[in-house]
Design a protein around this ligand. Structure first.
Ligand SMILES: [Zn+2]
Ligand SMILES: [Zn+2]
Length: 252
C-alpha cells in the first residue's frame, strides 16, 4: 500500500477512534443515571456480543488466515490470552456491567489494576480498527461497528468501578476518557507498524474473540429469557446482512 493511502486510512481510523472514545465518556457519564441506563446498556451488551462474535468468526479470522496462513492461529491465541491475563488474572476483579461488589475495592489498587486491564483491551480495539482499514474499507467498517456497540458499556463499567472504589466522579470520567486515548494509541502504533498488519489483525482478532465470548456473553447470560437471546442473534444477523448488502454473499 502506498504511503499516501496509509495516511488516509490513518485519518479515518483516528476519526472513528475519537467517536469510540466519546462513547466511552458518555458511558462513564451515565453511571449516575442508573435506572434507565441499566436497561439501555443491557441491549448494547447483548447486541454488541452477537455483532462482535460474528465479526471475529466470519470476517477477522478468515482474513487473518488468508494473510498469514501459518502464524495466524498462534497470534489469535496469543491475543486471546493477553487480554485474559490483563483483564482477569492480574486485576483480580473485573467483569462488564455495573460494579456491585464494594468489598472487593477496599484496596483501591484493585480498581487501578482493572483500569490497566481495560486500557490493554482498548489499545487492541485500536489495533483492530486500524488493521481492518489497512486490509479493506469493509473490514475496517465492520470492526468499527463491533467496537462502537460495546464502547458505552465499556465506559460505564470503568466509571462504575472507580465510583465503587470511592473515587470522585471526575476521576471516574477521566478513567473512561483514558480508554479512548489508549485506543487512539493502538491506532497510531498499528499505522506505524503497517507492514505487520497480518500479525496485528490476528492478534486483535484474538482480543476481540475474548471480549465477545468471555467478557460480553457471560454478562448476557446473567439475564434470562428469549428476548435477550434474540437480541444477540440480531447482532449476528446485522453482520451477515451488512455483508450481503456489500458483497451479495454471506460467507467468504
Ligand atoms: Zn464486581
Ligand atoms: Zn473495547
Amino acid at each position: 500500500m502506498a504511503d499516501g493511502s496509509i495516511m488516509n486510512y490513518l485519518w479515518i481510523s483516528l476519526a472513528l477512534g475519537v467517536v469510540a472514545g466519546l462513547a466511552n465518556v458518555f458511558g462513564g457519564a451515565i453511571v449516575s443515571a442508573r435506572a434507565w441506563s441499566r436497561a439501555f446498556l443491557a441491549v448494547f451488551i447483548a447486541l454488541g456480543s452477537g455483532f462482535m462474535l460474528a465479526t471475529v468468526l466470519t470476517e477477522m479470522v478468515p482474513e487473518s488466515l488468508r494473510l498469514a496462513p501459518v502464524s495466524a492461529p498462534v497470534f489469535i491465541l496469543l491475543g486471546y490470552f493477553i487480554v485474559h491475563y490483563f483483564e482477569h488474572a492480574w486485576p483480580a476483579h473485573f467483569h462488564f456491567g455495573e460494579e456491585t461488589h464494594p468489598e472487593e475495592f477496599l484496596n483501591p489498587a484493585v480498581a487501578y489494576a482493572a483500569l490497566g486491564g481495560l486500557l490493554i483491551h482498548t489499545f487492541f480495539d485500536g489495533v483492530a480498527i486500524a488493521s481492518g482499514f489497512l486490509v479493506s474499507n469493509w473490514l475496517g467498517s465492520v470492526i468499527f461497528g463491533a467496537t462502537i456497540l460495546h464502547n458505552m458499556p465499556e465506559g460505564f463499567t470503568m466509571s462504575s468501578i472507580m465510583v465503587t472504589a470511592g473515587k470522585s466522579r471526575r476521576a471516574a470520567l477521566a478513567a473512561a476518557g483514558a480508554l479512548g486515548v489508549s485506543r487512539l494509541l493502538g491506532i497510531l502504533v498499528m499505522a506505524l507498524a503497517h507492514r505487520w498488519v497480518n500479525y496485528g489483525l490476528a492478534l486483535s482478532a484474538g482480543v476481540t474473540l475474548y471480549v465477545a465470548a468471555s467478557d460480553l456473553i457471560p454478562e448476557v447470560n446473567k439475564r434470562r429469557g428469549v428476548r435477550v437471546a434474540l437480541t444477540v442473534a440480531a447482532g449476528v444477523a446485522m453482520v451477515l446482512l451488512l455483508r450481503f448488502l456489500f458483497f451479495g454473499d454471506m460467507v467468504h
